[in-house]
Design a protein around this ligand. Structure first.
Ligand SMILES: Cc1cc2nc3c(=O)[nH]c(=O)nc-3n(C[C@H](O)[C@H](O)[C@H](O)COP(=O)(O)O)c2cc1C
Length: 184
């Protein structure tokens, strides 16, 4: 089993990575984590190469991630909430999924042949608003042919209680692991 994790947090020891580390302790198989703030992945510049041609013209680390997306069984989007959204750097990485939309919209292709399970893990300091970020995360997952998505897991009070001490979220993280570890 292969799991891709897109981490939208800049903090090396922050809430998001603490929950990711907890999850991967219980996940079978291998994981690949992409840190949106440290990876070598540029945003889409709408060059329109992918309107006509399979692939993406930008030659950076995303090329490896495209291969992993094809291969993997599960995809997790994990991010802090910034202004009710996913972080900007994570959206930069997500913009590179436009090649999949273009393949199906302009050329009628099915760019990803293996459907996947998905999950969304969000952390927020305290305003409790998760809807916009969750909707965006689901849009990104859908671009990667990921429609079987676990209910959002959200630690919403990290200004007061670090996510790793949020007991309910820790239980839900275990449930994500069970969801992924179980055969389709
Ligand atoms: C620029 C910025 C914007 C933020 N916007 C929100 C927000 O809209 N809602 C919220 O609940 N928390 C917001 N926060 C708080 C973070 O989501 C929170 O501190 C989170 O736990 C950080 O996660 P991390 O440690 O994984 O980076 C914001 C923080 C920053 C730096």
């Amino acid at each position: 089993m292969k799991t891709l994790i897109l981490n939208g947090s800049p903090r090396e020891n922050g809430d998001t990575i603490a929950l990711i580390n907890k999850l991967i302790q219980s996940l079978q198989g291998e994981c690949r984590i992409v840190n949106a703030y440290r990876c070598n992945i540029s945003p889409c510049v709408d060059c329109r190469f992918c309107w006509k041609t399979d692939g993406c013209a930008i030659n950076d680390e995303m090329q490896e991630i495209y291969s992993y997306i094809q291969d993997c069984d599960n995809i997790i989007i994990a991010s802090p909430i910034y202004f009710s959204e996913l972080t900007g750097k994570l959206l930069d990485v997500g913009s590179r999924l436009q090649r999949y939309f273009c393949a199906s919209y302009f050329r009628g292709e099915t760019p990803i042949t293996k459907s996947k399970k998905g999950a969304v893990i969000l952390v927020g300091g305290g305003d409790g608003r998760v809807e916009k970020a969750y909707e965006t995360a689901c849009t990104l997952l859908h671009h990667m042919d990921c429609y079987n998505i676990f209910d959002v897991v959200y630690s919403h009070n990290t200004n007061v209680v670090p996510a790793i001490q949020d007991q309910q979220v820790l239980e839900e993280i275990d449930q994500i692991a069970m969801f992924f570890n179980t055969e389709k």
